[in-house]
Design a protein around this ligand. Structure first.
Ligand SMILES: [Zn+2]
Length: 99
């Protein structure tokens, strides 16, 4: 049975290739990230949620490289988040996970 992620709204991953079941983009897709930000804000709770995403993708997609997964779970979502904010992300913990 597939695990559901309420925080991602209707944009849920489909396996085995981790694409979005709603829009067909690579998951987490931009609407999924938007739903996550709406649920968790842009601070530590979002960071924790993205780490859970990373952990899940790393387990479900064992052949993918670390750098690809890191971009998918942190780089790309944070770029979406930065687009939505008027000020740049400035929390120290973001530089730690994206460095
Ligand atoms: Zn989607």
């Amino acid at each position: 049975m597939e695990k559901q992620h309420p925080a991602y709204g209707v944009h849920q991953p489909t396996w085995p290739d981790a694409t979005c079941g709603t829009c067909g983009e690579e998951w987490p897709c931009e609407p999924a990230v938007g739903a996550l930000v709406a649920e968790h804000g842009t601070g530590l709770l979002l960071s924790a949620a993205l780490w859970r995403t990373f952990d899940e993708l790393a387990r479900m997609l064992p052949g993918r490289s670390f750098s690809e997964l890191r971009w998918r779970c942190f780089g790309q979502p944070l770029a979406h988040v930065a687009d939505r904010l008027e000020e740049p992300l400035s929390c120290n913990h973001w530089s730690e996970v994206t460095a």
